[in-house]
Design a protein around this ligand. Sequence first.
Ligand code: NAD
Length: 376
Amino acid sequence: MKRRPFIKKLIQSTGGIYLASQSSLLYGSNFGTKTKGLGIALVGLGGYAGGQLAPALLETEHCYLASIVTGTKEKESVWAKKYNIKKENIYNYDNFDAIANNNDIDIVYVVLPNSMHAEFTIRAAKAGKHVICEKPMATSVEDCKKMIAACKDAGKMLSIGYRLHFDPFHDEIMRIGQNKVYGEMNVASEFSFMLKDPKRWRTQKDLAGGGPLMDLGIYALQGSIYSFGELPTSLWAKNTTIDTSFFKDIEGSLEWELTFPSGKSYCKTSYEKPIYAELKHNTEKGEVKLENAFYYGGLKGSTPDGKMEIKPVNQQAQQMDAFALNIIENTPSIVPGEMGLRDNYLIEKIYESADDNSKIIQLNDIPNILDIRRIK
Ligand code: NAD
């Protein structure tokens, strides 16, 4: 899946002369000193940025961590030291817009609580930067549309942090499902973990936008769509919250069913169960299964023919490198803003059905976007 680095093509075709003289145009003025590829600014230095994205940026070939944006003063020096960040590349949420004048930054990666995604994506686009925005793209379809428009107006690319489109286990699931390798199928998927902490933004509706559906269920939703390689035509959903006294503003647990042109998918998500992640195809010839399906690593796959023998990758490094190459080579992202909008549309419909006695909702106006690698 990894494409040959653009830079290698340049070296071969020009004997390196073009590379030496034009590298600053391609890669920014710091190329050759501390950097490799496009500069990324991480906005929000929480668990995901610190635990996964920053370490992955030490492995990427086409982008690197150039800048940090944080509201916590103490994090500045810790991160600057750990990742060798220049003082002038450290911003806070108030002076963030000054990144417009910083040529080290090509891409802004928004890793904030969900309700802040729209504001920072729009501000990044207005500052003339390409954007990766974490999932869920926003807390409403309306915000997704504004984010897409802002990036379009600025002539900048927007992609969503859908890392699993860059994982080879999921690539195999897409191949098997979309080609009906084991015949007709239905899908079953679940992503759950335990979270009952009122202090965490994930359980606060104004910051999270919703409950586990926004945070975890979105993976089951995505997995269903790329398993079939089709858009769902209708759905129904049921709120299955156990602790209704804790989970009042957001759901604690939710189940839903999607109908696709060639089968059905039954999905579950919860903040009230031990951690569990699975994506399964029940096919005519037996079960195709991904265990630990939505984790960063430790995925295991099996088919009616036996174990999937697949070498794991760093999902985040693959994802960020792919976006950097999209920018460098001017090719479309396989996980664009429009895909995030599609998923926020589905999330809204799932809540609508759950709130209305599991009413069946027709999805006639679903945004028509699929992973463009396989879908004709
Ligand atoms: P986190 O709570 O660990 O970090 C959130 C960061 O936002 C913190 O640094 C916090 O200081 C900052 N912040 C700024 N304003 C805040 C406010 N008003 N309230 C709370 N925090 C505030 O969260 P996280 O797990 O890093 O998640 C951040 C985003 O990344 C979310 O949108 C989440 O869905 C997404 N995420 C994606 C993946 C993935 O696999 N793609 C994994 C984890 C998280």
